[in-house]
Design a protein. Structure first.
Length: 189
């Protein structure tokens, strides 16, 4: 059996397990469509081939491709197709088009981003996962000038809540918050 086949199969298992966990998390908070459609682009050849080539099992193949080559074409493809990444929402500033800024994410995508970060921590950390790990990981990018301040505040709140109160309470709160925002048309979509 070739190394490419072995790496491809391992990558397929990892992304499918990740997708399954995100789907379960999204379903817990009432985001059924997003749960079903989460990260479908990872199965495209553009993204999957990077997964085969740079698979490690301990971190994202996109990060490994970037580390080894200076760029991840798979990540550029992925972030441009998945609204649960804050990078999807970066565009030219409305007042100064020479400057790039992050726009506010619709809350349902902030919720999906939260589910995604929890699932990714579980996948890569396995039995070392604790509920403060997604918060710890987030600290590496929390100061990004490209994340809208409201998006940062909303995601930070959810990650802190997970760290301090646990998964069951956080998912229950998020489900209620999504319902509340939809009811008052603050779903932002």
């Amino acid at each position: 059996m070739s190394n490419a086949f072995t790496m491809g199969f391992a990558h397929f298992k990892t992304i499918t397990h990740h997708k399954w966990l995100v789907m379960k998390h999204c379903f817990k908070v009432g985001l059924y469509k997003q749960g079903l459609l989460h990260d479908m682009s990872k199965y495209s050849w553009t993204e999957f081939s990077t997964g085969i080539r740079y698979y490690t099992g301990t971190h994202s193949p996109n990060a490994e491709a970037r580390r080894q080559t200076g760029i991840s074409r798979a990540w550029l493809h992925h972030k441009g197709r998945n609204k649960h990444h804050f990078e999807y929402w970066i565009d030219a500033d409305l007042k100064d088009t020479s400057k790039m800024v992050g726009f506010r994410m619709p809350y349902k995508y902030v919720a999906e981003m939260f589910c995604d970060r929890v699932a990714a921590s579980k996948i890569y950390l396995k039995d070392k996962y604790t509920e403060d790990q997604p918060w710890q990981y987030y600290q590496h990018i929390a100061g990004s000038p490209y994340m809208h301040p409201v998006t940062h505040q909303e995601l930070s709140f959810l990650l802190k809540k997970l760290k301090d109160e646990g998964e069951a309470k956080t998912f229950a709160w998020l489900k209620a918050e999504l319902k509340r925002r939809k009811k008052i048309h603050d779903y932002y979509d």
